[in-house]
Design a protein around this ligand. Structure first.
Ligand SMILES: [Zn+2]
Length: 283
């Protein structure tokens, strides 16, 4: 029986005669959505949104996930995650369920980036200390777990242009292997306005970090954030509430960049995820 009919039957029955408790319990169980819904598989670098009964306790990767009033949860799958992933759900009624998610492996082509300033590839000790200090500040901004579900919006492109660098590619700078590329690069001229791909709150802004130049982090709630690097201008400040589509900055070539482009990265806390996969969720 569909829940709406059960509800109608209970409402009609209630004033006429008492409902036997077993029947009432059955009816209520059908009215509450007790399902735990996650995709059966997801790709490395994906943002996964799941649904649990509101009020559940959800554990994934040694973390209690924030659960929205509607029972939405979110987490990110790292580039090198092999899976299968396990999400443990304890419902308000005490019952538990473990969702198992297979991880689809991707391959990560090697991408050679030549012509970057040598001092940004092998920084002298004083500079290395500055880089570490700046990185710690950005990392700190990603610890927040705001109770906003801006991450559930359909994400928009922050700029329109050719993708010149993909997430996860194994980067080799001036012949020296670096870490996997942490976001996507979109080649557009200096000064191109950057629009917020989804709503959020500015959690970090600096005009001049050593490696990433003009750097902005926009927090979308529940640990999901976007970062925009190499900016020539930043139009907002920490704490500002940003609407989707609002102009927040301008593209540049500051920090370790070989030319003007927007680097757009996304995170779930300190796990980097692929903005392209987040954009494709809306399709
Ligand atoms: Zn980049």
């Amino acid at each position: 029986m569909r829940p709406a009919f059960v509800l109608a039957a209970l409402l009609l029955a209630a004033p006429l005669y008492p409902i036997p408790s077993a029947l009432a319990q059955d009816g209520i169980d059908e009215l509450v959505d007790n399902r735990v819904v996650f995709p059966a598989s997801a790709s490395q670098g994906a943002m996964v949104i799941g649904k649990v009964p509101a009020g559940s306790r959800v554990r994934y990767a040694d973390r209690d996930l924030r659960v929205s009033g509607y029972g939405s949860v979110v987490f990110g799958i790292g580039r090198d995650e092999k899976g299968p992933l396990q999400v443990q759900v304890r419902r308000p009624d005490g019952s538990s369920e473990t969702a198992v998610i297979a991880v689809t492996a991707r391959d990560w082509p090697v991408e050679r980036v030549n012509g970057v300033p040598p001092k940004t590839v092998n920084p002298p000790p004083a500079i290395a200390a500055r880089i570490a200090r700046e990185q710690a500040q950005v990392t700190e901004s990603r610890r927040r777990d705001d109770n906003r579900t801006d991450f559930a919006q359909t994400f928009l492109w922050p700029v329109q242009g050719r993708i010149s660098g993909r997430f996860g590619n194994a980067r080799v700078y001036n012949g020296q292997p670096g870490a996997g590329h942490s976001g996507i690069d979109i080649a557009v001229p200096t000064g191109t306005p950057v629009k917020a791909p989804a709503a959020g709150v500015v959690s970090f802004a600096s005009p001049d970090l050593y490696l990433t130049g003009g750097t902005l982090v926009l927090d979308h709630g529940f640990g999901i954030s976007s970062n925009f690097l190499h900016l020539s201008r930043i139009d907002v400040k920490v704490g500002d509430r940003i609407e989707q589509g609002q102009v927040i900055a301008a593209v540049g070539a500051t920090g370790r960049a070989t030319g003007p482009h927007l680097h757009w990265g996304m995170n779930w806390f300190d796990t980097r995820i692929d903005p392209l996969l987040v954009l494709e969720r809306g399709k």
